[in-house]
Write a protein that binds this ligand. Structure first.
Ligand code: OOG
Ligand code: MG
Length: 259
């Protein structure tokens, strides 16, 4: 039986809302363009429940992520205010199905993005940068999906934690990224893994928005994509991420998973 875009959106939104997993779609059921339509329709359902647009996220901007998930195209998804977890706060795994965490860089825009940007223009659009972590939670069984599946599922978006903002953009080039569970390194990498430099994700975001005939208002968040592979979360663990070191470092970002 054929599933329509609206039916697929209702299925995936329902799974996220009720925290249960679903089967992947049969391969070839949806084109990539239809997968983005499903993504938009599923976010629209959240907006109708009272959530607000918060920005966008990029996915698979690093080789480490592409290799971990077996997908090799850059993708993007939509963020809402309900996804934001507090820096230094307690994360309840009951809100998720099978969550994983990954280190990210987050930007906040100071002007609207409504046209493709050059690298120089992209830098000018950014108000501040922060170390961040994304809590991804695929709605598909066993966290397995095709490119179309993951796009339809809003690129596994579920939670995000954003650290203190700074205007220390120089700290972003080739900075060490270190994510720890209970004080032990679980993922170590470099911001250079994100398209060579995390600011390039703003250029990519501007092109993707333009291609989708969408714009992003000032004050929006842009998650640049994970620099390393993701790690499964477990009850009781303390998670921290640091970007850079010494005086050039960005602040760190952390959360405690409820026991
Ligand atoms: C898809 C989301 C990818 C990233 O930062 O690369 C992503 C997934 O891995 O489930 O968020
Ligand atoms: Mg991510």
């Amino acid at each position: 039986m054929m599933t329509t875009v609206q039916e697929a959106a209702a299925l995936l939104d329902g799974a996220a809302h009720a925290r249960h997993d679903v089967e992947q779609f049969p391969s070839g059921q949806f084109t990539l363009a239809q997968a983005y339509e499903i993504q938009r329709a599923s976010i629209q359902r959240r907006i109708e429940r009272g959530e607000r647009h918060k920005g966008i996220k990029l996915g698979f901007t690093s080789r480490a992520k592409m290799i971990q998930m077996g997908v090799d195209s850059l993708i993007w998804g939509l963020l809402t205010d309900a996804m934001v977890e507090e820096d230094g706060g307690v994360v309840d795994l009951g809100r998720y199905i099978h969550p994983r965490v990954e280190p990210e860089v987050c930007f906040v825009t100071r002007r609207a993005i409504d046209a493709p940007l050059t690298a120089l223009e992209a830098a000018d659009c950014i108000e501040a940068v922060a170390p961040a972590m994304e809590i991804i939670d695929s709605r598909y069984r066993n966290f397995r999906f095709s490119l179309e599946d993951v796009v339809a599922d809003n690129c596994s978006s579920a939670g995000l934690v954003v650290g203190a903002w700074s205007r220390n953009f120089d700290a972003l080039a080739n900075a060490g990224v270190r994510m720890q569970f209970d004080g032990r390194d679980v993922q170590v990498g470099s911001t250079a893994a994100i398209l060579g430099h995390p600011l390039r994700s703003i250029v990519q975001a501007s092109r993707l928005l333009h291609g989708a005939q969408m714009s992003l208002p000032a004050g929006s968040l842009i998650m640049a994509g994970a620099a390393t592979a993701a790690e499964a979360l477990r009850p009781g663990v303390h998670v921290q991420c640091r970007i850079g070191s010494g005086t050039g470092a960005l602040a760190s970002v952390a959360f405690q998973v409820a026991g």
